[in-house]
Ligand binder design. Structure first.
Ligand code: ADP
Length: 424
């Protein structure tokens, strides 16, 4: 058995978002946590698509490239016919990359001179027009993303952002071509390619645009984008007779019983509102990076506080803070150290909560989810019911340990009542 689609995601919430989209479009999909040590054979039995989740968005570019190439190697051994590099719908990247360097390394390994970039996710308000990324009704650079703790995005021009990260020219497939359909899109690909353009940002404002783009991209060995780009891909395989017409593939049940909790490490606008909503209704405990820097005392306090409060209704343990508080912590500790302290604390608290009987856990934040999932020794995730667009429940399998229900929420996703509704 060989898989059809292989995906490499640069964070864990993004990987879940993508796997969710593929499952809903009729592909049996497995999400693997990092590159498996063993061969592909058992992991891909009966599977149409594999998403390998990396935590590579904010690490040094060379490490992100090395991990992505290892993932590619595994996916090629599993038989992948097309490779998708998945990043955030807000094109989050550090000053050094990593989107451009990883894409160029994957292009070289796949021996292709051209790829596309489309992070649009219309259902969550991310659209691209004339190469500019909009979040809701405003530009990316005017959204809360301008104050992201790790990847502040201060330029909404994806052409400019990507050009600063790549060695070869960047161009644009305009909305006029995307609206005209796959033939016009392919003609634009050809024109750009002949002019020596290696990287094409693609405009898209609706799901229909993404379906047309997906169809036009059927022959590209490598494509890159957000989960929205996956909307049109399963149909390509069905058209070629490679994928049966299954409808939505069955979602696993994440109703595992046990105690519940929410861990929040995202400082994104949506998560801050979700924190406020939860704090008004359920017991909550606040972590402070500067206290975490001094000693482990606050982690011990969190466990003492949680004892007696754990049950079917969730508690909240959160480090989330508004931009001024994040800046104060970063001024005192440095950006990387502040983030690393919070991630390490959330990871230890997650392990402790699971030891104390928590079996259903919501984690807010991409990097935060990565730290938690790694600490819990998760090997793979199966996709369950969707809570809000882009965020499904998942069932996590771990070596020799009971399964866990995890909902990994990207910072800016989900309604205000997400944390409570997830358990409803
Ligand atoms: P999102 O999905 O919103 O991007 P992430 O978890 O990916 O969220 O990133 C948020 C980062 O901010 C993490 O590295 C986290 O450790 C860090 N962080 C969380 N709370 C604070 C805080 N109070 N001060 C400084 N950094 C923080």
């Amino acid at each position: 058995m060989a898989i059809l689609l292989g995906a490499i995601a640069d964070d864990f919430t993004g990987a879940t978002d993508l796997a969710n989209t593929l499952v809903r479009q009729g592909m049996r999909t497995v999400q693997l946590i990092e590159v498996p040590a063993g061969p592909a054979a058992t992991a891909i039995d009966g599977v149409d698509a594999v998403v390998i989740a990396l935590k590579s968005r904010t690490i040094p570019a060379a490490a992100a490239v090395a991990q992505s190439l290892a993932a590619l190697d595994w996916l090629q051994n599993a038989g992948a016919r097309q490779v998708l590099f998945k990043y955030c719908s807000t094109f989050d990247s550090t000053a050094e990359g990593n989107i451009g360097p990883v894409a160029e390394a994957l292009m070289a390994a796949l021996d292709t001179d051209f790829t596309i970039y489309c992070p649009a996710f219309p259902e969550n308000g991310r659209t691209i027009f004339k190469g500019y990324l909009f979040v809701g009704d405003g530009l990316l650079s005017e959204s809360g993303m301008r104050d992201h703790p790790l990847t502040p995005m201060r330029d909404a021009s994806l052409v400019r952002v990507l050009a600063a990260q790549t060695t070869r020219p960047v161009g644009l497939v305009p909305l006029s071509a995307v609206s005209d359909g796959p033939t016009a899109i392919r003609a634009t690909f050809d024109r750009l390619r002949q002019a020596g353009t290696a990287h094409a940002i693609v405009d898209a404002v609706t799901d229909a645009d993404l379906h047309r783009l997906g169809e036009a991209a059927s022959d590209l060995p490598l494509i890159t984008g957000g989960s929205g780009l996956a909307l049109g891909l399963p149909e390509n395989f069905r058209r070629q007779g490679l994928l049966p017409n299954r409808g939505e593939t069955a979602a696993v049940s994440a109703d595992l019983g046990g105690a519940t909790a929410v861990l929040s490490g995202s400082c994104s606008v949506a998560t801050l509102a979700q924190n406020a909503y939860m704090r008004a209704r359920r017991p909550s405990f606040q972590l402070d990076p500067q206290a975490l820097a001094e000693s482990d005392e606050q982690i011990a306090q969190a466990f003492d506080w949680a004892a007696g409060r754990l049950g079917a209704a969730p508690i909240l343990i959160s480090a989330s803070a508004p931009p001024d508080a994040v800046r104060a912590a970063q001024d005192a500790l440095g950006r990387e150290r502040a983030g690393a302290l919070v991630e390490a604390a959330l990871a230890r608290i997650a392990r402790g909560l699971v030891d104390r009987g928590v079996r259903r856990l919501v984690v807010a934040g991409g990097e935060s989810s990565g730290a938690v999932v790694q600490a819990l020794g998760v090997r793979a995730l199966a996709i369950g019911r969707q809570i809000d667009p882009g965020v499904p429940w998942t069932v996590a399998s771990r070596d020799g340990a009971p399964p866990l229900a995890l909902a990994l929420k990207s910072g800016n996703f989900g309604g205000e009542d997400f944390f409570l509704r997830a358990f409803a």
